[in-house]
Design a protein around this ligand. Structure first.
Ligand code: XMP
Length: 516
């Protein structure tokens, strides 16, 4: 049996927590996919979902232009769980009524459960009140025929409902968020008790089936992969290598904008431990000349990105005929999430984007079903070292966008030394894995200082450390003063050309994580 034979389909109505629903289901070792609410009925049928979840969403089901899924999904004979907006939509489409509530319910609420079966199976009958998390301004007013109420809260007399003969369940609360203490039970009961799924989607089953898929697709062709030293490309390379061995060649372009030692460590691992073929191109001088005199952040990013494509293509051409490019695209990048606010790109991100078109290569994206934390588990399962797996994110354009103003050899030396000190101290104090990212930024100004008896007029380093879950939003890390003091002292004492360290205390938005 294929591991994708059983799957839960999540129809997305634009909730902030849709991805969380997917993660919570996958934590139960059941595969699931997110698709927009507009997905056609025929497409849904072709997926053969074992169960369907209707997500929450920011709109009201009674709006004229409310996002509606095809009501015929209720005739598919597939179990359906509606969450918040999804619950209201189910109820409205099956004959009930949803109206604006006089009191909005936002945050923690006490749920009183009437039946301890179905999604509430196994919950204590006497502990009548269960903490759940609500976020809604509308509520279900009229229960449609065939449904019965299974739970209530202070402000939602119809907080959970079920159909008496069909496998349809509606919950006003959000089982996917951590503050819903019975959330895991509710989701488990739905996927195992109602949909009859079995917990088969494990990392080792994923590796096995992906290896077969890659072999089937590639045949005897050659595959290339751009290795950056980051988690995604490393795991991609390790997985593809396990599938097709020497048919894979990795290309590592050293753009001279990397941190000290990091890429070398991962290259050493791949070459020595897993005998992967890696071509290592030192293009430092090329990139430095491309960046000569450039101060505009977007121009820097574009030059680094295009430069990468040029070098990569040159190396790949030397390999003869290659048909495939393996790339570490992750699930959050491929989900066609529903957004009701059009977003303009803030910065152009350059990794291997553009390569497949330029080189007319077909893509192999073995991680495109996975979330970041799943990629990490996969990496560990494939035997990659923990330091590589739990590495903080590092931008494709590297230190080039952490030097404000012109990128020169001398300024790269300064940022590298400061950066190593930040990393060393973060690791030593145990903070490295507690924060999302921590790094040094070299500012384009000089300030006056005094060293010994003499006046100095030297560079300023800004320290940036942020906490985040997905890099979409971030807050500055509340690092201990002692640690900040140590980092500052070491940078000023050990890095020639720096006489001042400042701390960045901006959140994202309105700032971004990187400075350029
Ligand atoms: P910003 O600065 O946009 O960064 O808040 C969000 C996250 O993305 C990383 N970043 C990049 N990663 N290529 C990448 O692979 C890039 O061009 C790039 N620019 C920013 C950044 O480090 C943070 O984790």
């Amino acid at each position: 049996m294929n591991i994708h034979d059983e799957k839960i389909l999540i129809l997305d109505f634009g909730s902030q927590t849709t991805q969380l629903i997917a993660r919570r289901i996958r934590e139960q070792k059941v595969y699931c996919e997110i698709h927009p609410y507009t997905t056609a009925l025929a497409t849904i049928k072709a997926m053969h979902p074992t169960g369907i979840v209707l997500s929450g969403g920011p709109r009201s089901v009674y709006d004229n232009d409310a996002p509606l899924s095809d009501p015929a999904i209720f005739d598919l004979g597939v179990p359906i769980l509606g969450i918040c907006y999804g619950a209201q939509l189910m109820i409205q489409q099956l004959g009930g009524k949803v109206e604006q509530a006089t009191k909005r319910e936002f945050g923690k609420a006490d749920l009183s459960v009437q039946y301890t079966e179905g999604i509430f199976a196994g919950l204590a009958t006497d502990a009548i009140h269960h903490q759940v998390w609500m976020s809604h301004g509308d509520r279900i007013e009229v229960v449609p025929a065939g449904f019965e109420v299974t739970a209530t809260s202070d402000h939602s007399p119809n907080a959970a409902l079920r159909h008496t003969t069909k496998p349809f369940v509606a919950v006003q609360f959000h089982p996917e968020v951590i503050h819903t203490l019975i959330g895991t039970d509710v989701l488990r009961n739905f996927i195992f008790g109602i949909c009859n799924c079995s917990p088969r989607w494990t990392m080792s089953s994923f590796i096995e089936s992906t290896i077969q898929e890659i072999r089937g697709k590639v045949g005897p062709s050659k595959v290339i992969c751009a290795l950056s030293g980051g988690v995604d490309s490393s795991v991609t390379a390790a997985l593809v290598h396990r599938a097709i061995g020497d048919q894979l060649t990795c290309i590592y372009v050293n753009n001279g904008l990397m941190r000290i030692g990091e890429s070398e460590a991962i290259l050493r691992f791949f070459r020595e431990k897993s005998k992967l073929k890696v071509i290592d191109v030192n293009a430092t001088d090329f990139f430095l000349s491309e960046l000569d005199g450039i101060v505009d952040p977007e121009v820097k990013r574009k030059r680094i990105g295009l430069g990468f494509i040029k070098i990569f293509e040159e190396e790949a051409t030397k390999l003869g005929e290659v048909n495939y490019l393996a790339q570490g695209t992750l699930y959050p990048d491929v989900i066609e999430s529903v957004s009701f606010m059009g977003e303009a790109p803030i910065k152009s991100h350059h990794n291997v984007g553009g390569l497949p078109e330029v080189m007319k290569l077909e893509l192999i994206e073995p991680l495109r079903e996975l979330f970041k934390d799943e990629v990490r588990l996969l990496g560990l399962e494939l035997g990659l070292p923990e330091e590589a797996i739990y590495r903080q994110p590092f931008p494709g354009p590297g230190l080039g966008i952490r030097i404000m103003g012109e990128v020169t050899k001398q300024r790269l030396d300064i940022i590298r030394q400061a950066d190593v000190i930040v990393l060393e101290e973060m690791k030593k104090s145990g903070w490295y894995r507690k924060v999302w990212q921590s790094f040094a930024v070299l500012l384009p100004i000089q300030t006056v200082g005094v060293m010994g008896d003499g006046r100095t007029y030297e560079n300023v380093i800004a320290l940036r450390s942020v906490d985040s879950k997905d890099a979409m939003t971030a807050d500055w890390s509340k690092l201990p003063y002692e640690l900040l003091g140590t980092i500052s002292n070491r940078i000023i004492n050990e890095v020639r050309g720096v006489n001042r360290v400042v701390l960045d205390i901006s959140s994202k938005p309105p700032a971004t994580i990187e400075w350029e």
